[in-house]
Design a protein around this ligand. Structure first.
Ligand SMILES: C[S@@+](CC[C@H](N)C(=O)[O-])C[C@H]1O[C@@H](n2cnc3c(N)ncnc32)[C@H](O)[C@@H]1O
Length: 488
């Protein structure tokens, strides 16, 4: 740990006593200053914390990134001796006072997470090779995407600050967390102790420390950054070439999961000129026997990608940028995709595999939507074709229809009709008039087969003919949640 057990207890006492929690800070600052802080605008927060009392001092140091007089910081951190806080690197002497040395973030209702100060807050200082990531965009994406159902055993691969493990501890009886970096494990152990948690922390390369063990839920925000395989910062670089880390996790998944278990991780993948990126990614899951759902959320061109990741570590080395871009050129990488992989060990001979591009159409958090996507597949599998036809359906709340039409001699001629999901994963689905009629009539009263019988009579075709055409389309609409089966 970064502090002794007694030191952690003293820090916890200080943070609790001063009310340095998300709620305590919000109450002290008020809604406007709190909202401004979320945008990294500290002016109002600084105006609200001029009193020099312990909570004000902690807010100024750890939230507003200020240097404060040492006696005030010592009083705010008491009973943790300031010498111990300095030794642990929690604070550091700077100019005529003391400033934060680590990012101590009040998080959730009453948690604290320890991480390193980001590069943006220390211009000119290079990041530690074992820099421990704070709670940024990718971390939050993984937090929001995880399926939060009660499980016995959960695993966080590449735990860093321990924030994923912290969330796992709300719905898993036992939490195991791994990291290749001893420094990161010290941070995770401190985060755990500070929050009264007891996790199994293991050091090693990806799944090696848990070889032969199985978990009900595995989450990972791994070092997914794609490149030539050089490792300068362990939070970002896996040491694997290209997108091999994401393929490696896919290959490891069957051996990590209990029957019915779920594994979710963030991934990057290359778009290679002349290749279908979706087929490339789908290839990682072929033969695993797992149900797999991959959602591409963003795509970046090589230049902005390299620029982003060099800026992230505060590195402005033109040669490094050139080498990285040369590697992309040599491997015909024209873009890099970012997304969420969700896998489930369903125990079926014919697992479901979907790789989808949902750029600009994903509304976080996704955890519940991912869980219910797998539930809907279970339902479709249980029903089979006959069960799908026998069920009653209701169109999802707020479902929207967009229509494009062209005026002609006979009035409007409809060109396209598109259904749009109003929330979550905002899929769009072009549909024909028959399906439109089925969805429009899906009010939960008639079984699909009876709805089809009415339409068959109106169109002078047999029910079986219509059922053969409409059954798979309705199943597809169920998969995506456009229509929901009405459970008896
Ligand atoms: C992107 S950070 C994620 C940290 C944290 N889980 C989160 O969500 O914010 C990736 C983590 O994986 C760890 N890591 C890097 N290479 C690894 C490897 N080969 N095996 C295990 N962990 C690794 C890093 O030390 C780092 O803590």
């Amino acid at each position: 740990m970064l502090l002794s057990p007694a030191g952690v207890e003293a820090l916890r006492t200080a943070l609790t006593r001063t009310n340095f929690t998300a709620a305590g800070i919000a109450a002290r600052l008020g809604p406007q200053a709190t909202a401004a802080v979320a945008r990294n605008d500290f002016r109002a927060a600084l105006r609200a914390t001029t009193d020099g009392d312990p909570l004000a001092t902690l807010i100024r140091v750890f939230i507003c990134e200020q240097t404060e007089p040492e006696p005030a910081v010592a009083a705010a951190l008491a009973p943790l001796p300031i010498a111990d806080a300095l030794d642990a690197g929690l604070v550091e002497r700077y100019r005529d006072g003391v400033r934060m040395g680590l990012d101590l973030e009040p998080y959730g209702d009453d948690w604290w997470v320890l991480a390193d100060v980001p590069a943006s807050a220390r211009p000119g200082r290079s990041l530690h090779a074992e820099h421990v990531l704070g709670i940024g965009g990718a971390t939050q994406t993984m937090i929001g995407a995880a399926v939060r159902r009660p499980v016995e055993r959960a695993l966080d691969l590449g735990t860093g600050s321990g924030v994923q493990a912290l969330h796992l501890s709300t719905h898993a009886r036992q939490v195991t967390a791994t990291d290749v970096s001893p420094r990161a494990l010290r941070f995770a152990a401190t985060t755990a102790a500070l929050n009264g948690q007891d996790w199994e922390l293991l050091r090693g390369d990806m799944v090696a420390p848990v070889a032969g063990r199985r978990f009900d839920l595995v989450v990972s925000n791994p070092p997914f950054v794609v490149g030539p395989g050089a490792t300068t910062h362990v939070y970002r670089d896996s040491g694997r070439v290209g997108d091999a880390i994401s393929a490696e996790l896919a290959a490891a998944a069957p051996g990590l999961l209990t029957e019915g278990g779920t594994m979710q991780y963030l991934a990057n993948w290359v778009h290679v000129s002349g290749e279908d990126w979706g087929e490339r990614v789908a290839g990682w899951f072929a033969g695993t026997g797992l149900d797999a759902w991959v959602v591409q959320r963003e795509v970046a061109d090589p230049m902005s990608y390299v620029d982003l990741w060099l800026t992230d570590v505060g590195e402005a080395d033109p040669q490094r940028m050139a080498d990285w871009l040369d590697w992309f050129d040599a491997h015909k990488v024209e873009a890099i995709g970012f997304g969420i992989v969700s896998l489930r060990r369903g125990g079926h001979d014919d697992p479901v595999l979907r790789v989808e591009d949902l750029r600009q159409r994903v509304e976080a958090p996704l955890g519940d939507r991912i869980a219910t996507w797998f539930d809907r597949h279970d339902w479709l599998r249980e029903q089979g074709t006959e069960g799908v036809l026998a069920a009653r359906y209701r169109a999802t709340d707020g479902l929207r229809l967009h229509q494009e039409a062209t005026i002609g001699p006979e009035g409007w001629g409809v060109d396209r009709q598109v259904l749009t999901m109003p929330h979550g994963l905002r899929w769009t689905e072009e549909i024909d008039p028959l399906v439109l009629a089925l969805v429009g009539g899906a009010d939960g009263r008639l079984p699909l087969r009876d709805q089809l019988a009415l339409l068959a009579a109106a169109h002078d075709v047999t029910v079986d003919e219509l059922a053969e055409a409409a059954g798979p389309i309705v199943a597809h609409l169920v998969e995506r949640g456009f229509v929901e089966p009405v459970r008896p």
